[in-house]
Design a protein around this ligand. Structure first.
Ligand code: PMP
Ligand code: GLN
Length: 381
């Protein structure tokens, strides 16, 4: 294995899920819902399979899905997108991220991102031979220091890799924060690659603001999302990216040699589901917000120090309040000790010491599962 990939031989999600299965623990580690998406999307996939749509779909994605994504951008954000040249369907958001970074970064280029960061960011940057420069989101409210962000930009900065709503913190970036990122990107002529897979999971009536809607940003922003989160079908791996034709063409050049295409029948199904009514989208947000409330209240009762989360599937806690001094060790023992799995936040950070006692829990689970998990965790004390 090449040296720069050696730190990435396994993912924390696979490790903790395997541990959860082995011990029979409730898996609040890896973020995936334990109920399927809406019946319509399941039926549409079956129908596509039975109607013989089982061969390679077109390289950029089935036209119906590209049109549906374009329509979604218009419907929710007022953005005009050309379905043929400005949208690319990918094997999940993961491939969208990898293809974009690989397409835009020469070895030695720099990518500014925030930490904790989603694990695939570091791996994609490493694959490209680029260098990551991280800016810390600091507990409890996960704000960043403006000067630290400014200092992360250099004359080698090529991309800013942004994620809002943010995994693992649950932070939803404010307009002012996005404006500063945008200003610095323009000053340094950088592209903003923005991972918005949790776009429909921002809570407390907080608006999700797509970076591309900020003045002057559409021409330098690649927006990424995924059906996995919006329709609770994380195993289908249908994602997409949207941006100016030139950037989309660049990502497409790489993407076609990573997977070429994927999931034809699933692409069809996602195309139908994107057109679901406002009640579906509102129900998704409200449902997940209620789950957040349930888990956070339970964790607090169990003695965890719980940080606010305004979006995603996740909440970060500090286990120091329970007398533990190492989150990795805590997570490795938690399945045996309490029958629950979680993930240590330090694995998403360059500055491991700063996140040493932080642990992430996922709340995208059935209410009764969350209730049982909280009961088990309460016995830790
Ligand atoms: N970005 C973030 C922030 C995520 O949390 C995830 C998945 N959980 C992904 C990307 C990957 O999405 P996909 O499964 O569609 O590849
Ligand atoms: N995004 C999910 C999480 O953060 C996991 C996805 C994966 O396993 N790659 O838990």
């Amino acid at each position: 294995l090449i040296e720069r990939m050696r730190p990435f031989t396994s993912t924390i999600f696979a490790e903790m899920s395997a541990l959860a299965v082995r011990t029979g623990a409730i898996n609040l580690g890896q973020g995936f819902p334990d109920t399927d998406g809406p019946q319509l999307i399941l039926d549409a996939a079956t129908e596509a399979i039975h109607s013989g749509e089982n061969q390679y779909p077109p390289g950029p994605g089935v036209p119906e899905l590209r049109a549906a994504v374009a329509h979604h951008q218009k419907r929710f954000y007022g953005i005009e997108a050309d379905a043929d040249s400005e949208i690319l369907i990918t094997a999940g958001a993961t491939e969208a991220i990898a293809s974009t970074i690989l397409a835009l970064c020469e070895p030695g280029d720099e990518v500014v991102t925030f930490e904790p960061y989603y694990d695939s960011y570091a791996a994609s940057i490493a694959l490209a031979g680029a260098r990551r420069r991280t800016v810390r989101l600091r507990a409890p409210d996960f704000r960043f220091d403006d000067d630290e962000l400014r200092a992360a930009f250099t004359d080698r900065t090529r991309v800013v890799l942004l994620n809002s709503p943010h995994n693992p913190t649950g932070k939803v970036f404010s307009r002012a924060e996005l404006e500063l990122v945008a200003r610095l990107a323009v000053e340094h002529d950088a592209v903003v690659v923005t991972d918005e897979v949790y776009e429909h999971l921002a809570f407390d009536a907080r608006p999700h603001i797509p970076m591309t809607t900020l003045p002057g940003m559409a021409e330098r922003t690649v927006t990424i999302s995924s059906a996995g989160k919006t329709f609770s079908v994380t195993g289908w791996k249908i994602g997409w990216l949207h941006g100016p034709a030139e950037l989309v063409a660049a990502a497409r050049a790489v993407k076609q040699f990573l997977t070429y295409v994927s999931g034809g029948p699933f692409q069809r199904a996602v195309a139908s589901a994107l057109g679901l009514g406002d009640d579906f989208y509102a129900g998704l947000t409200a449902g997940m917000q209620a789950k957040r409330d349930l888990l956070c209240a339970g964790l607090r009762t169990a003695g965890f120090d719980v940080f606010p989360t305004s979006g995603t599937y996740f909440v970060i806690t500090d286990v120091a309040s329970l007398g533990y001094d190492d989150g990795v060790d805590f997570c490795l023992r938690l399945p045996e000790r309490a029958g629950v799995a979680a993930v240590p936040v330090s694995v998403f950070c360059d500055d491991k010491a700063a996140a040493r006692t932080l642990v992430r829990f996922a709340y995208c689970k059935r209410d009764e599962v969350l209730a049982e998990a909280v009961d088990r965790l309460a016995r830790l004390r």
